[in-house]
Design a protein around this ligand. Structure first.
Ligand SMILES: *Cc1c(COP(=O)(O)O)cnc(C)c1O
Length: 231
């Protein structure tokens, strides 16, 4: 299957999941995750109509960005180090994985200096896994007042990577947890959270049924990755 065929297939599955969930067509946006794949593959996907691409490393993204037309939107989906914040804010329109108050404060300072108000998502460790990045849900609730008062950041929503499961159905409670957390935090004021970035190749339909507005799909579009991505 070509990248174009894969893309068409994924888009039709997204559309079907929207319908099944009683959600308006177009309420879910696809982030095509191009990490480890060359700019030529991204171009093929762009030619097929896709405009949003996700990279999980700033440096790797910067290598591809100049090769794509300016109407391409780049999202950073991987962990962000402080020394990459300036570049990230310059080249990526949405940062999906802001994972600590400390990083958010630092980004707020940089944003103030550069006169920007970047859109970001907060990553939540929905499985409460020790090994994972992201805010523990309880920590996020506790730190929300300060996070939502960082005026130079637009906190647009939440993101998660649930614990690995065999069956997409097992990921459902984690997706639901993220949606509930978004509702709780939005109810407290400070920032209106509209985005839920959740769901990957093997479970994006379940995520859509639970309210995803952004799904991050790599393998099902570009094929298997030949080396394990740093995540
Ligand atoms: C690699 C990656 C994806 C895409 O995963 P696939 O299983 O290839 O669809 C999604 N989100 C993040 C954060 C990733 O690092």
């Amino acid at each position: 299957m070509s990248i174009q065929q894969n893309l068409e297939h994924i888009l039709s599955r997204i559309r079907a999941a929207e319908l099944r969930a009683g959600r308006p067509a177009g309420s879910v946006r696809l982030v095509a995750v191009s990490k480890t794949f060359p700019a030529e593959d991204v171009k093929a996907c762009h030619d097929a109509g896709q405009r949003i691409f996700g990279e999980n490393k700033v440096q790797e993204g910067l290598g591809k960005i100049p090769s794509l037309p300016p109407d391409t939107e780049w999202h950073l989906i991987g962990p962000l180090q402080r020394n990459k914040v300036r570049k990230a804010l310059e080249y990526f329109t949405l940062i999906h994985a802001v994972d600590s108050l400390r990083l958010a404060r630092f980004m707020d300072t940089v944003a103030q200096e550069t006169g920007k108000r970047p859109r970001i998502l907060l990553e939540v460790n929905v499985g409460n896994e020790d090994s994972k990045f992201g805010f523990f849900p309880e920590t996020l609730e506790k730190e929300w007042p300060e996070l939502s008062s960082l005026n130079h950041l637009e906190i647009a929503g939440l993101m998660c990577i649930p614990p690995p499961v065999e069956n997409p159905e097992e990921a459902r409670p984690y997706f639901r947890r993220l949606r509930e957390l978004k509702e709780v935090l939005s109810g407290r004021g400070g920032a209106t959270l509209t985005e839920l970035s959740m769901g990957m190749s093997h479970d994006f339909e379940t995520a859509i049924e639970e309210g995803a507005t952004l799904v991050r799909v790599g393998t099902a579009i570009f094929g298997g990755r030949s080396y394990a991505p740093a995540s």
